[in-house]
Design a protein around this ligand. Structure first.
Ligand code: ADP
Length: 500
């Protein structure tokens, strides 16, 4: 593992963005928070302040919701043809593409992630999401229903946009989470109040500028930067928000559900995970080791899908652990803006404390630190990629979501798939799982037994705009991406016509 933490230069384009005041986007205008407050945004690699942004709260959320309501009920957006909506969403994707390098740098600076990964995954994935979802604007249809009532009937369904949607997103993929939320909602004609995470508000602000440049009417996309307990809670409880879409921790997901009960707004949740990776002895080991290491170390382990519980058959266990250790050693820890960096800092001091707290608890509970286990340097929120062995189901590091580059490895000797499924499913979460084998029967059969929204075979963390994503159990409600997400943003109206 090599360490090189120096902040490289940023592009003139990004510098120009950073130098501008960072306000709230309400009804097509960039405005200060009503309170006049701002908060600092920190570079997690250096702990330096990058800039300040407006701190929106309930008063600003009220204005944003009112603007979104007006845009939904009347004006150009409400009258816009599906093809026109599609082309606006596509144009937004084009603008992201034009500014891809700048956006990747922005993510690296604000979140800490490696700029190369930001470019190839976050930015590319966001562009792909807008392009894919734009197609649904003209393709989403209702059905005609062959009813059995006496007489003549014309019965059909229409899909209508659900209305004003509140979208609350986390800090691990700031731009991509915004894209996952905005793209389907815009394509079907909703209007939006988006709240990025307080740790990483910058990508959403830049995206807001591009939304305006693309030509979306005023009030269709409103962006409120601010804190969860104030701005976020105000969105979740707002009586004039028709639906709230949330991605974040399971703990806050439960608060959202409670807050949403006031007006029974629709709720979708994409929450935590403790995803298993199951390695069979017949897996292609070289490929598997690279893949399973990436499953946990990618994005510094700050993925809700992180493959944090790794079960390797005892015939290959030692090789897998050696391989993971070697992969950890290859990672280049550094500032996210450095193109050589493959592992950046964690996002914040809070997250750093959380992960180091888990490392401590793992040690105390008797886990063996095979590699890693320490913080790196004395500036920035870096931790070493860590492999913990001799772990068991009762340890906190095995049960709770760490959200850092820490994998708990356990050998298994069972061959029957029911027993394997049992330990893979031994968690309150059910977001994802991966199976590593060359045996098709095992792969598909175990995939059926796993209680998770996504099961990967011989890969992990792979996604596609067309591929639905979401959780079983306490990992959430509903699915994002694919055609499934359109359920969240539409109501089905049934029209029954008696032909008299
Ligand atoms: P993490 O613990 O990983 O930071 P959170 O679930 O706290 O994730 O945050 C995800 C998003 O939820 C952020 O935008 C945050 O501001 C927001 N949030 C946090 N608390 C609340 C709350 N009580 N109500 C609404 N949103 C919240």
């Amino acid at each position: 593992m090599s360490i090189h933490i120096q902040k490289p230069e940023i592009s003139a384009e990004l510098r120009a963005f950073l130098d501008k005041p960072k306000k709230l986007l309400i009804d097509g205008q960039w405005v200060d928070a009503r309170s006049g407050k701002t908060f600092a945004v920190e570079d997690p690699a250096t702990q330096e302040t990058i800039t300040h942004v407006a701190e929106g709260d309930a008063a600003d959320v009220d204005l944003a919701v009112a603007a979104a309501r007006r845009a939904f009920e009347g004006g150009p957006w409400a009258k816009m043809l599906p093809a026109e909506r599609a082309s606006l969403v596509w144009r937004l994707a084009d603008l992201l593409e034009q500014h891809a390098d700048e956006l990747a740098q922005l993510e690296a600076l604000d979140n800490g992630k490696p700029v190369t990964a930001a470019r190839s995954a976050d930015v590319a994935g966001s562009i792909g999401m807008f392009r894919y979802m734009s197609g649904w604007a003209t393709r989403l249809t209702g059905e005609t229903i062959p009813v059995s009532s006496p007489g003549e009937w014309h019965a059909y369904t229409v899909r209508e946009p659900v209305g004003v949607v509140g979208q609350i997103i986390p800090w691990n993929f700031p731009l991509m989470m915004a894209a996952w939320k905005l793209a389907p909602a815009l394509s079907v004609g909703c209007t939006i109040v988006l709240k990025p995470a307080e740790q990483t508000p910058l990508a959403a602000i830049r995206l807001g500028e591009l939304v305006q440049e693309a030509g979306f009417p005023d009030g269709v996309v409103n962006i409120i930067t601010g804190f969860g307990e104030t701005a976020g809670a105000a969105i979740a409880s707002h009586p004039d928000v028709d639906k709230v879409a949330f991605t974040g921790s399971t703990e806050v997901g439960k608060l959202i559900v409670k807050a949403a009960a006031g007006n029974l707004k629709r709720v979708s949740l994409e929450l935590g995970g403790k995803s298993p990776q199951v390695i069979f002895p017949d897996a292609k080991l070289d490929h598997t080791i690279v893949g399973t290491a990436s499953a946990i170390f990618y994005n510094m382990g700050q993925c809700c899908t992180a493959g944090s519980r790794l079960f390797a058959h005892k015939k290959v266990f030692d090789q897998v652990v050696e391989g993971l250790t070697a992969e950890a050693a290859k990672l280049k820890i550094g500032h996210g803006l450095d193109p050589e960096t493959t592992m950046g800092p964690l996002v914040s001091s809070e997250q750093h404390q959380r992960v180091t707290g888990f490392l401590q608890s793992g040690r105390e509970e008797g886990a063996e630190v095979v590699t890693g286990g320490n913080v790196v340097g004395n500036r920035g929120y870096f931790v070493e990629p860590t492999v913990l062995a001799k772990t068991n189901r009762d340890m906190r590091v095995v049960r709770e979501e760490i959200f850092g580059p820490v994998v708990c490895v356990q050998p298994f000797e069972e061959d029957d798939l029911d027993s394997i499924a049992q330990f893979a499913n031994d968690t309150e979460y059910g977001l994802s799982a991966s199976i590593w084998t060359q045996d098709l029967r095992k792969a598909h059969s175990l995939a059926r037994k796993i209680k998770a929204g996504t099961v990967w075979v011989n890969t992990h963390n792979w996604g596609d705009a067309a591929f639905p994503f979401g959780g079983y159990k306490q990992s959430g409600w509903g699915r994002e991406m694919g055609k499934e997400v359109l359920e969240h943003y539409t109501e089905t109206k049934a029209v029954g016509v008696k032909l008299v």
